[in-house]
Design a protein around this ligand. Structure first.
Ligand SMILES: NC(=O)c1ccc[n+]([C@@H]2O[C@H](COP(=O)([O-])OP(=O)(O)OC[C@H]3O[C@@H](n4cnc5c(N)ncnc54)[C@H](O)[C@@H]3O)[C@@H](O)[C@H]2O)c1
Ligand SMILES: O[C@H]1[C@H](O)[C@@H](O)[C@H](O)[C@@H](O)[C@H]1O
Length: 337
């Protein structure tokens, strides 16, 4: 196969971005069809990509002329769409989270293993970001000694419409849940989630910010600030403290400006720009691997462990911040890269 024929399900913000990057920017793939429960959204993207619109997701997944599927529908739809892809033995790139609860992700790994072929990649794109990759290289090379602590902040300008407290964990913190495990190469042992004073900027019913605390099996302590209504910018921070030094995630580079007795640099205001290069690298690698019939990158097992961790963070938060043990199951050989 020289070119991957891709069908995309969910034509909202990231669906449109991914469709356009596959169509115009990346190599060896083409969007052939899109769908969305809101037909107008699919039509807009189809027009931009010069491809067809299908009435249902099944018409994409079951089409023998489509080699692989990109799922960019909203979180609660992921599980069923991925299961349907597995049923048709179709390669699928699913945006995070793989499922909104661990039991959904568990069903996916069971079905995928029964089918005998690894087909799923989960959109944990931070692993493809240059800054995080540089940090990992330094940590793995022993550049700061053994990691002891990880400090993360995940700040959005504003919570989107309909965002719930559970989404703060399953949709936002899920990035750090996957990322820090990968960064320090350790499994999680226990979690806590604390809620303190809520910002007046947060909408009613959303206790924002929240703080996730995770301890790994080797004893590394990780804190993650989740702040959806931080207002000042889209600000992603990460620092790993080791026995002999620290390493920080570099901020995106912008020219320093001096004006009106102030100096500074611009800040991003959303994820689509902050991680634009990571999305490009992630999807290009997915395309290249899929053409060869390989799945690499974050797989369903990573999606499952992330969902399990998220479930327990929510439970801890709802129980007033109690520490909860994880008892992570061993990664099956099937899911070892
Ligand atoms: N990796 C990242 O950094 C990143 C960034 C943004 C969004 N996401 C994830 O991507 C997904 C989409 O996010 P978004 O910001 O584009 O949201 P969005 O609300 O802008 O778009 C979601 C689209 O999916 C459609 N949809 C919902 N259920 C559907 C179904 N069953 N079949 C077909 N279409 C369906 C909606 O009509 C909407 O057009 C979410 O799961 C989100 O968590 C990931
Ligand atoms: O909080 C948002 C995150 O910062 C983004 O990276 C996306 O994952 C988006 O879906 C979340 O709502």
């Amino acid at each position: 196969m020289n070119e991957l024929r891709v069908g995309l399900i969910g034509c909202g913000a990231i669906g449109k971005d991914h469709a356009l990057r596959i169509q115009n920017k990346l190599q060896r793939a083409r969007i052939v069809a899109v769908t969305d429960v809101v037909r107008e959204s699919a039509e807009k993207v189809a027009q931009l990509c010069d491809c067809t619109v299908r009435d249902t997701a099944t018409e994409i997944i079951a089409d023998p002329e489509i080699d692989a599927v990109v799922v960019t529908a909203w979180d609660p739809a992921h599980k069923e769409l991925v299961l349907e892809c597995i049923e048709h033995q179709k390669f699928v790139f699913c945006e995070k989270p793989l499922a909104t609860e661990a039991k959904g992700a568990e069903e996916i790994i069971r079905t995928e293993m029964q089918g005998g072929n690894r087909l799923v990649q989960v959109g944990f794109m931070r692993r493809y970001d240059k800054g995080y990759r540089q940090m990992k290289e330094i940590i793995d090379g022993g550049g700061i000694g053994a990691p002891l602590l990880v400090h993360c902040a995940h700040r959005n300008v504003a919570s989107g419409k309909g965002v719930t407290e559970d989404f703060m964990i399953t949709q936002t913190c899920i990035h750090e849940i996957d990322l820090t495990k990968w960064l320090v190469d350790d499994d999680y042992d226990s979690v806590r989630c604390l809620v303190g004073r809520t910002s007046k900027e947060a909408p009613d019913g959303l206790r924002d910010p929240q703080m996730a605390l995770i301890r790994t099996k080797s004893g590394i302590c990780i804190d993650v600030e989740i702040f959806l209504n931080a207002r000042f910018g889209y600000d992603i921070q990460c620092q790993v403290v080791g026995e002999r030094g620290t390493v920080n995630l570099p901020d995106p580079s912008y020219p320093p400006i001096r004006t009106e007795a102030m100096k500074g640099t611009q800040l991003c205001t959303d994820w689509s720009i902050r991680f634009i290069e990571a999305y490009d690298v992630e999807l290009q690698e997915w395309i290249d691997n899929t053409i060869q019939g390989i799945t690499a990158g974050p797989n369903s097992w990573d999606g499952y462990i992330a969902a399990l961790t998220a479930d327990l963070l929510i439970k801890s938060r709802d129980e007033g911040g109690a520490e909860i043990k994880l008892n992570t199951p061993e990664r099956p050989v099937f899911y070892q890269n």
